[in-house]
Write a protein that binds this ligand. Sequence first.
Ligand code: SF4
Length: 415
Amino acid sequence: MSKKSVGFGKVLRKYFNKPIFVKFLLKAGLSLELSRRKMVAFVRNDFTTWMDYFALDGVCRAVNGNKTAWVNMFFPVEIVFAFGLNCVSAEGLSGMFASMFLEDLAIQKAESFGISRNLCTFHRTGIGISMLEILPKPVFVGTTNVLCDGNIPTFTTYSSVNSVPLYVIDVPREDNQENQSYLTEQLEALIYKLENQLKKKFNYSALQEILRKEKQSLDIIREAYLELCENPISMELYQHVNVLYAFHLRPNQLLKAAKTLSKQRKSFEDDKKTRLLWLHLVPYYDNELYNIFGKNSKFMIVTSEFEWDWLYWNPDPQKPLESLSQKLLKNPEIGDLSKRTNFVTKLARDFKVQGVIHFNHWGCKQSSGSVILLKEKFEQLGIPFLSLDGDCVDHTNQSAAQYKTRIEAFLEMIK
Ligand code: SF4
């Protein structure tokens, strides 16, 4: 997500007509970057550097040919890890291409096969990546039906392009006993299907161990919540993306980061900064927003909503499948919009923000569909709200040029 990624993308672009060489360069480049991040994490040993490392780890393993499942952000990845597989977010792969300014190559590929321009660019880019055959094939693809109406058709396409199985988890909207049983039965069925596909017996103890570590990590972070609200961790805008990916896709690794949490607090200058809450996603490519909210800015993005959507869930390693069902049912982003509204207004109050920015990713019906209602709610609370249109993946999207003007006008109003 930096200028370095863009530079690397330029090199890859030159050789795009030689896929084998591009594969080699991509593996080498990402492995080098992963080693760099690991070294930085060991030296600094703080929350953000570990989360930066974890966010890239799954992508790097996928690119390097480790047995990997492509999943969406809410898929029960703990089950996949317990089978000894790697997981990568399909949206994250699109983000990786965007960070290198290479998304246009994948988008063109997808569109040349008739994929509609109305589809969100996370999906179009992901489909294009599948078709470019630069990454090793996934072992399977898996998604939930929540939050995103494009996931099921897109993951169906990933499945048919790669000729691998698709597993879909149907998540009910209400959190009640009947729905928990329904969801738990689906997780049992998923395990049964994976056992048959992989010809491998599922290791329940491995799943319990993952949940035990996840619980330990989340307990530490939950305990620090109020302190973090007072003294948020200073991060670059792109690091908020790394944090949300690490939370959703690397639950088995979080503990190292959680244990360092007490070491990382804001600097004295952060006290004087205007605090903002970020809603929905952040553009993955180097852009004006990274400068506006850089470390030296007078404005600080204190948190984003997908960093805390686990907050109401308490993992129970003794009942692993019931607990994973609860993880989905208790997620405030899933279900009625009122749950999300209550959750994000709580974040705004707890983190004492002076403004909220909602990024409307082009083609995303769930985020654009709810933004007016959220805006009304925040305005009732007297918290200024900016609805910012743009594209998280396509860096050539016209809106990118207007970020500066719109944000500056908003920041001028709240400072
Ligand atoms: S941005 Fe919206 S449409 Fe695109 S993948 Fe995310 S939820 Fe789905």
